[in-house]
Design a protein around this ligand. Structure first.
Ligand code: NAD
Length: 424
């Protein structure tokens, strides 16, 4: 395989994690192995400069990216991340995980991702709007409702997606709602989208817990991240009778052995945008958070959180990867050896892209579905995909992650093979 010249081969980089996941699935792919290098090469990567006039009149430059990893099965699909640590390596890995995810749940999309290296919390609302509009203009040569459809990710939300839709539409001279998903409902957004990722984490977790004889009711749960994904997942587990005893975000780690009162925490978080300072739980340090005895652990923040050391100490039965890429490959091995079951990101957090797909379909048809219809369709797709991956893991005697990659890579590489290489 030719090594890419534009990324580092640091063992802790997200792209390296992804490549090692591909190495693990390759032996299972039979004659499709001939095509597997396709997955090690992103199709396109665009780096853009975003000059921004700040409110105080100074000019700052920000670095933005859009990567289309693989488009063999359809247009690119993937979020836009605003975070100070965003870099090309990370966006490449996130776009590749989107390729795998869309194929694992059988959505007619390829994988893409974008982002800006910026701390959005340091910008005013008008700076954020100007930054978004310039970024979308710069990547406008790649995206389109039939080419590549962005969505929210860490640091972006429905408000940002509205600016994305408007900027693209202004440049096209017509309203193009299908350019982006995760929009506000009144701009062609879909009911159920905001909560879909958390719902998918819960549904896949419940399915696997049932098959492994783990009771949700009364189980002890810890969640890392209290944003879109973590907070909704925590809410659904609480509703199902679990005790969410520990929550960590960027500001603090909280613990309450009797279960954290989420209604009160939501109201605190809505006000302060962080969990630090909440009085309904005891503040603990990061090491304590990672060593608590629990049944279910849900990483729902950023990638690279479950390191080798943490994997040795994690005291749980089941890990539900709400975040993308939270587990390093060597940590994966330790957890597998220890008999801890991991529902991998590419299936666990696919609820968001599934309802994004529904949003795109609804926008194309200009015909909108009820929330019940959306949840019903999403649950069916999610559960079927989870059972398919589960069965594959039993058939091949491998982890759920490798099984999800087998299912996905077979679909992607079949498409690649049958399309052939142009020109031949
Ligand atoms: P978000 O911005 O809404 O929330 C992120 C959360 O992570 C926040 O609570 C933040 O405080 C916390 N966090 C940040 N850095 C942290 C750190 N160092 N330690 C502990 N907590 C930290 O983002 P989100 O949309 O909830 O996304 C979370 C993860 O889920 C990401 O990996 C994202 O790629 C993935 N994901 C999101 C969606 C979606 O629909 N939003 C879909 C699929 C996957």
């Amino acid at each position: 395989m030719d090594k890419l010249s534009y990324v580092s081969d640091s063992p802790t980089s997200s792209w390296t994690t992804y490549l090692r996941q591909i190495d693990r699935v390759a032996p299972y792919l039979g004659e499709l192995t001939r095509w597997v290098d396709t997955l090690r090469h992103p199709k396109r990567a665009l780096i853009v400069d975003i000059p921004l006039q700040m409110d105080n009149g100074t000019i700052c430059h920000f670095e933005g990216y859009r990567v289309q990893h693989n488009l063999s099965r359809g247009p690119g699909k993937g979020g836009i991340r605003y975070h100070p640590n965003v870099n090309l390596d990370e966006i490449m890995a996130l776009s590749a995980w989107m390729t795998i995810k869309c194929a694992a749940v059988n959505l007619p999309y390829g994988g893409a991702k974008g982002g800006i290296r910026v701390d959005p919390f340091l910008l005013s609302e008008s700076e954020l709007e100007r930054l978004t509009r310039r970024y979308i203009s710069e990547i406008g040569i790649l995206i389109g409702p039939q080419k590549d459809i962005p969505a929210p990710d860490v640091g972006t939300n429905g408000r940002v997606m509205a600016w994305v839709m408007d900027t693209y539409s202004m440049n096209q001279g017509t309203t193009v709602t299908g350019i982006v998903t995760g929009k506000p409902i009144h701009l062609g957004g879909s009911l159920g989208r905001e909560k879909a990722t958390g719902r998918g984490v819960f549904m896949t977790g419940r399915e696997v817990a049932y098959r492994e004889g783990i009771q949700i009711k009364g189980s002890r749960v810890a969640v890392q991240g209290f944003g879109n994904v973590g907070s909704e997942t925590a809410r659904l587990f609480t509703e199902a009778g679990a005790l969410v005893i520990a929550i960590q975000d960027h500001s603090a780690s909280l613990f309450n052995d009797n279960g954290i009162d989420l209604v009160k925490l939501f109201s605190w978080h809505n006000r302060y945008r962080k969990i630090a300072g909440f009085q309904g739980a005891q503040e603990i340090n990061t090491d304590e958070f990672w060593n608590i005895q629990i049944d279910i652990f849900i990483p729902a923040a950023l990638e690279g959180q479950i390191t080798l050391e943490r994997a040795k100490n994690l005291d749980c039965k089941l890990i539900l990867e709400g975040a993308n890429g939270p587990t390093y490959p060597e940590a994966d091995d330790i957890l597998n050896e220890r008999g801890i079951i991991i529902v991998p990101d590419v299936i666990c957090n696919a609820g968001g892209v599934t309802v994004s797909y529904f949003e795109w379909v609804q926008d194309m048809a200009s015909f909108f579905w009820s929330e019940d219809e959306i949840n019903l369709r999403m649950d069916r797709i999610t559960i079927e995909a989870m059972i398919n991956v589960w069965n594959k893991s039993k058939e091949k005697k491998c982890s759920l992650r490798t099984a999800a990659y087998i299912v996905a890579c077979e679909r992607i590489l079949m498409a690649r093979k049958d399309r052939g290489i142009y020109p031949g």
